[in-house]
Design a protein around this ligand. Structure first.
Ligand code: SF4
Length: 76
């Protein structure tokens, strides 16, 4: 089990997360990426998505690595 944590308000819309993990990320017309299927955590003001599939976890770790402003974190 891993959790993707996304600080959407600080996304700059670079889109590299979408290239790394296209099943989980898409560009929103507002210019920021959406983490597909996430839930918003009101306490932290971040979006969260739990993953169990090793391939999906790997792809999202790659998305976290390529994000130029480090707004994606994957916690194992
Ligand atoms: S790579 Fe980072 S800054 Fe770029 S769209 Fe994805 S989350 Fe936003």
């Amino acid at each position: 089990m891993a959790k993707v944590i996304y600080d959407r308000k600080n996304c700059i819309g670079a889109g590299t997360c979408i290239a790394a993990a296209p099943m989980h990320w898409k560009m929103n017309p507002d210019g920021k990426a959406d983490l597909i299927g996430c839930k918003h955590n009101d306490q932290t003001d971040k979006d969260e998505l739990e993953l169990t599939d090793p391939q999906e976890i790997k792809e999202n770790k790659e998305a976290a690595e390529v994000c130029p402003v480090n707004v994606i974190v994957v916690e194992d």
